[in-house]
Design a protein around this ligand. Structure first.
Ligand code: ATP
Ligand code: MG
Ligand code: MG
Ligand code: MG
Length: 562
């Protein structure tokens, strides 16, 4: 491609609202532009990177036996009502009405659409297993869209869904997907780690996240310093069951009287450290209250817990819906997992228990008439425990360390959660009706682009790994007005492309300083500069990654950069 035709407006200044390197550089290099909070246009250079990542994903999906399809982003509310998520998903789900006042959702994910699709077409075990995927725009009205592509409200996801007639079959595809995901992120050049997504279920094999290691990651990973054990502790729950022994919790008043209990006392009561008691949630399961404490950095908790509060306007939620909200695997929440119905008690009561049991999160306030020893007695702790830095690894090998991670992929054994709710059944070998067993597998495609940018840059700009680079070679004639330079560059442009290289030719009449600065921002892996020595048949090759420079005869260029 000729750069004079490219639309890639570069910026010399760092955009003021961009906090992290990837966001700043993708804007500065003209790879993307913001349209509204969390909503972006991919400009041609950014699109090329996005398409490279997509291509890698497509190849790995095909290897794993998944077949591509494309489902609609606009989805009728009825589907979401059938699964129950219309009521439990909360404000993150973008909802709208058509001209006939019919309700729709903009797809945040596609379990409902695919389950109804497969339900209507697949009736026999002979058609299973079936694994389908798409690469498509998703919509989530994130409370805090930020860091550019890393947390958008409109973003590109690869989502795959598998359908099975046995747990073994699901396990088989799950393992293939796990391997495919490892390949995708390795091929993108990322430094990542696959982690147990729900560390509450120790050693759980039902859900893993792929985390790119980065200080700006919003998740905290606990990993063993010697073994492969790694878990996301962002949402690690500790559940304790409380039996109500006092007056009902309704009608509590807020007073300005400082709470008598210090957070240390309270956390001591719960057998946890103060840091572990930052946030908590309370559910009533039958006649019991279940307190779920969430640990992590305060900011992250804030988002998640608020989401949950947002959903507490729903009076009755199924155990699974609550687990959906918490983002935990089925069964990992102990008491919640076994209850048929979980009543999410009103916000003020939740806060009351938070304050009463876990220390006030609003200074100077507490709720009267709530006293852990009087109103509640601890009847049972589940064996779910937080992991601390320095703890022995749960697999018995090594010591736990913490790191920050960006979630780029997530694989999940869904089981029959959707097929049962939506009636997706098949006839087994004996002619009996069975619910399909499902798995789902997501990759944040646009987030992956940003994660690569986050890991590969320097003070001058981006440094794309070859596999996802927008072009392989940036060809820069220093002075387009010098015939020999222009002609050498044009000859090389044709011949390199003939050899299969993707080449960007900077044919602009710009000053060399401008060309080089733009080139550093773009981060194309190899730069070929055609300058004065072109007369002697020599060009300069610079490797963006290492900064290594060499003068190479034109005749040897292909072999040198191959
Ligand atoms: P997060 O914990 O970051 O909110 P999630 O767990 O809600 O992500 P999933 O439902 O697991 O996300 O979706 C699959 C993948 O989609 C994620 O692993 C992530 O890579 C990507 N993704 C999710 N939300 C966003 C977003 N707002 N912007 C960009 N990518 C996203
Ligand atoms: Mg999310
Ligand atoms: Mg997540
Ligand atoms: Mg996830």
């Amino acid at each position: 491609m000729k750069q004079s035709m490219l639309f890639s407006p570069t910026l010399r200044e760092v955009p003021s609202d961009a906090e992290v390197r990837s966001h700043q550089l993708l804007l500065r290099a003209g790879f993307m532009r913001q349209n509204a909070s969390g909503i972006y246009s991919f400009l041609p250079m950014g699109l090329r990177v996005l398409q490279k990542v997509e291509q890698i994903i497509r190849e790995e999906m095909e290897n794993a036996g998944a077949v591509e399809l494309l489902m609609p982003a606009l989805q009728p509310a009825e589907l979401w009502q059938d699964s129950g998520r219309w009521y439990s998903y909360g404000p993150e789900l973008m909802r709208m009405r058509d001209r006939h006042e019919r309700e729709f959702a903009l797809g945040a994910t596609h379990e409902e659409v695919i389950t109804s699709l497969v339900r209507d077409e697949v009736k026999s075990y002979k058609k299973l297993p079936l694994t389908l995927y798409q690469i498509q725009t998703k919509f989530r009205d994130e409370k805090r869209p930020r860091f550019g592509l890393l947390r958008g409200r409109e973003f590109l996801m690869k989502d795959a869904y598998s359908f099975h007639d046995s747990q073994e079959s699901l396990g088989d595809v799950y393992d293939k997907m796990y391997a495919a995901y490892s390949n995708v992120f390795r091929r993108c050049g990322l430094n990542f780690r696959a982690v147990i997504a729900d560390s509450g279920a120790m050693g759980g094999k039902d859900t893993h996240e792929f985390m790119v290691l980065s200080d700006i990651g919003e998740d905290t990973i606990a990993y063993s310093d010697t073994s492969s054990y790694a878990a996301n502790i962002e949402m690690a729950p500790v559940a304790a069951t409380y039996e109500k022994s006092g007056e009902p919790l309704n009608g509590l008043e807020k007073t300005a009287t400082p709470d008598q209990k210090s957070i240390e006392e309270v956390s001591g009561f719960l057998g946890l450290t103060a840091a572990q008691c930052i946030k908590s949630m309370v559910f009533r399961v039958d006649d019991k209250f279940v307190l779920v404490l969430v640990r992590g950095d305060h900011e992250v908790n804030d988002i998640k817990v608020k989401n949950l509060y947002g959903a507490s306007v729903v009076e009755l939620a199924s155990a699974e819906e609550v687990q959906d909200l918490l983002g935990c695997a089925v069964g990992s929440l102990g008491p919640i997992g076994v209850a048929d119905k979980v009543e999410v008690i009103a916000d003020h009561a939740v806060e009351a228990v938070v304050n009463g049991c876990c220390g006030a999160n609003e200074e100077g306030f507490h709720y009267v008439n709530v006293n852990p020893d009087r109103d509640f007695t601890v009847s049972q702790y589940t064996d779910l425990r937080f992991i601390q830095e320095g703890d022995a690894s749960p697999d018995g090998q090594g010591t736990i360390r913490f790191a920050r991670g960006i979630e780029v992929g997530h694989v999940f054994k869904l089981g029959t959660r959707y097929s049962e709710a939506m009636g997706a059944t098949y006839l087994d070998e004996n002619g009996r009706t069975q619910p399909m067993i499902m798995g789902c597998y997501g990759i944040g495609v646009s987030r992956t682009v940003a994660a690569v940018a986050e890991q590969f840059n320097d003070e001058n700009g981006l440094k794309w790994p070859v596999a996802v680079a927008p072009f392989h070679v940036h060809l820069i004639p220093v002075n387009m007005k010098t015939d020999v330079q222009r002609e050498t560059a044009e000859t090389l442009y044709t011949s390199l492309r003939g050899q299969g290289f993707e080449v960007l030719l900077d044919d602009r009449q710009e000053r060399p300083g401008v060309k080089f600065a733009d080139s550093d921002l773009f981060g194309i892996p190899v730069r070929v500069t055609v300058g004065k020595k072109a007369e002697e048949g020599i060009v300069e090759v610079k490797v963006r990654e290492t900064g290594e420079i060499a003068e190479i005869p034109v005749s040897e260029l292909h072999t040198y950069i191959a």
